[in-house]
Design a protein around this ligand. Structure first.
Ligand SMILES: C[S@@+](CC[C@H](N)C(=O)[O-])C[C@H]1O[C@@H](n2cnc3c(N)ncnc32)[C@H](O)[C@@H]1O
Length: 259
C-alpha cells in the first residue's frame, strides 16, 4: 500500500496553516496523557505527521518521537523544520500498513489525517496497525472533521490563498486556488487545488493536486475503534474536553488499546 498525496501542497502547507495553534494542541495532548494514563509516555508516534510541527513541539517537551507520513514532500519539509534532532525518527510509510520496530506509549494523529482514510477497510487497517504498535493500555488520540463541517462549512466552497515564500532570504509570491466538492451520498469530499509558485525569473510554476477526505460519524469511528481492540475513553468538541455540540467542526477521540 502506498499513498500519493500532499506533493503540490507541501511547500505551502505551513504558510497557509500559519495561524494554527499547535502549542495549545500539544497542551491538550499532554492534558489527555494526564487524564487517561497513569504516567506520561516516553515514546510517541505522530501518525501522518506532515511537516512535523507537532512532532517538533513534542520533541522539545522531552518525548522521543516517531513521525510517520506517506508523503515524501511533507517529510522533506518536516526534516527542514526540525533540523537534526536525535529525538525524532521520520519514516515514509502508509497509515494503513506502517511497521515500527516496537511498541509506543501513545499514538497521536492530528488535523483530520484520519479523514484521508476514504474506505472503511482503510480505516480498519489503520486502527489495527495503531493497536498493534501500542503498549497495553496505550493511548490513541486523533481528531476528525465533523459531518457538520463537511456539510455546512466545506460544501462546494472555493477558497483563494495568497502569500510569500521565503526562499533563502528572497521572498517569492505564491497563490493557491482551492475548490471543494462534497457528495453527501458517498460522504466523500474532494479538494481540487492549484498552486502557482512564483519563480525568480518572474514566471509562475503551476502544480495541481486533488485530495479526498471521507466524512465519518462519531458512531462509525467509535465502532471502528471497538472492532479493532480499543476502549473509547472520550469524544470531545475541543481542547477543554467539552462534549461536541451541533456546530462543532472538529471532534477529538481518545481511546485505550485493550491487550
Ligand atoms: C492535514 S495533513 C496533517 C499533517 C499533520 N498531522 C499536522 O498536524 O499538520 C494530513 C497528512 O496526512 C498524510 N496522509 C494522508 N493519507 C495518508 C496515508 N494513507 N498514509 C500516510 N500519510 C497519509 C498526508 O501526507 C498529510 O501529511
Amino acid at each position: 500500500m502506498s499513498y500519493h498525496g500532499y506533493f503540490a501542497l507541501a511547500e505551502v502547507y505551513d504558510l497557509f496553516n500559519a495561524g494554527l495553534d499547535y502549542e495549545s494542541f500539544a497542551n491538550y495532548i499532554e492534558a489527555a496523557f494526564d487524564r487517561f494514563l497513569e504516567r506520561r509516555p516516553q515514546l510517541l508516534l505522530d501518525l501522518a505527521c506532515g511537516t512535523g510541527r507537532m512532532t517538533k513541539i513534542l520533541s522539545g517537551r522531552g518525548y522521543d518521537m516517531i513521525g510517520v507520513d506517506g508523503s515524501a514532500e511533507m517529510l522533506a519539509k518536516a526534516a527542514e523544520n526540525c533540523g537534526y534532532d536525535p529525538k525524532i525518527l521520520y519514516l515514509l510509510q502508509d497509515m494503513r500498513s506502517f511497521e515500527l520496530y516496537g511498541t509506543v506509549g501513545a499514538v497521536i494523529s492530528c488535523l483530520d489525517s484520519v479523514n484521508y482514510l476514504t474506505k472503511k477497510e482503510d480505516l480498519a487497517a489503520c486502527f489495527d496497525r495503531v493497536h498493534n504498535y501500542l503498549d497495553p493500555d496505550g493511548l490513541f488520540l486523533f481528531d476528525v472533521n465533523t459531518p457538520y463541517k463537511f456539510e455546512t462549512v466545506y460544501g462546494d466552497e472555493s477558497y483563494l490563498f495568497e502569500g510569500e515564500l521565503n526562499k533563502g532570504g528572497e521572498f517569492l509570491p505564491v497563490f493557491c486556488a482551492w475548490q471543494n466538492h462534497y457528495v453527501k451520498k458517498s460522504r466523500l469530499c474532494s479538494f481540487d487545488l492549484s498552486v502557482f509558485y512564483g519563480e525568480k525569473d518572474g514566471k509562475y510554476r503551476r502544480e495541481d493536486e486533488s485530495q479526498i477526505e471521507r466524512c465519518y460519524t462519531r458512531e462509525e469511528l467509535e465502532k471502528a475503534l471497538q472492532d479493532n481492540g480499543f476502549e473509547v475513553l472520550g469524544v470531545f468538541g475541543g481542547f477543554d474536553f467539552s462534549a461536541p455540540k451541533k456546530a462543532t467542526e472538529r471532534m477529538f477521540f481518545a481511546a485505550r488499546a485493550k491487550k
